[in-house]
Design a protein around this ligand. Structure first.
Ligand code: UP5
Ligand code: MG
Length: 190
């Protein structure tokens, strides 16, 4: 049984905008549990689960996995954790993702971080990453950028209108960017 109601942060931004990198620093400083939706999906592929091949093909095309599947993986991790502070990284990626999560979970996020980064910088970072991700090639990156603009920016705008969005300038060194992120969380009393 969790001691407190969950504190949910959605971490949004384009491919290579620095979501995962900044999440590691938030974890160190504020004790969040980091759930990367993309990592959970890659874990499903690696585990040869029934959905693995479908997920792999979706990721190769830079498309979005069906909401219910991603939400199931996120919820499972939340239930396994005894923490109440969660960073949900790279989700929701579409209005469908968002609506499905809010409906199934029965609540909205407390904070939404958005790393705003120009496309040429994001492409450069992703191509330099070299961790063998099937989607880190120029063809898939172009598709990921298109999907981000078409489907993820509406989610960003939704939370902007709700007053929950913290827009961070995603250009600069990791520490320069984190200097903008830290005050977002130090203003909350967990
Ligand atoms: N780096 C980081 N910060 C830097 C800085 N300030 N200066 C210079 N370099 C910097 O960073 C990317 C690279 O840049 C790293 O090498 C890093 O060292 C360097 P990272 O922190 O990894 O950026 P991040 O935003 O996390 O990039 P990522 O590629 O993980 O973002 P995506 O959103 O594209 O990937 P994700 O894993 O979230 O999703 C992958 C795919 O899964 C999606 O395309 C989609 O097909 C699928 N998916 C779903 O279908 N549904 C979901 O809910 C989630 C994913
Ligand atoms: Mg990432």
């Amino acid at each position: 049984q969790r001691a407190k109601t969950p504190f949910i942060t959605f971490v949004l931004g384009g491919p290579g905008s620095g979501k995962g990198t900044q999440c590691m620093k938030i974890v160190e400083n504020f004790g969040f549990t980091h759930l990367s939706a993309g990592e959970l999906l890659r874990r499903e592929i690696a585990s040869n689960s029934a959905d693995g091949i479908m997920i792999l093909n979706t990721i190769k095309e830079g498309k979005i996995v069906p909401s219910e599947l991603t939400i199931k993986l996120i919820q499972k991790e939340m239930e396994l954790s005894d923490n109440y502070k969660f960073l949900i990284d790279g989700f929701p990626r579409s209005e469908d993702n968002r609506k499905a999560f809010e409906q199934i979970f029965g609540a909205e996020p407390d904070v939404v971080l958005f790393f705003d980064c120009p496309e040429d910088e994001m492409v450069k970072r992703v191509l330099n990453r070299n961790q063998g991700r099937v989607d880190d090639n120029i063809d898939t990156i172009k598709k990921r950028l298109k999907v981000f603009t078409a489907l993820n920016l509406p989610v960003v705008n939704h939370y902007l209108e709700k007053g929950k969005l913290y827009k961070i300038n995603g250009v600069g060194t990791v520490d320069e960017i984190y200097k903008q992120v830290h005050p977002v969380f130090s203003s909350f009393h967990f």
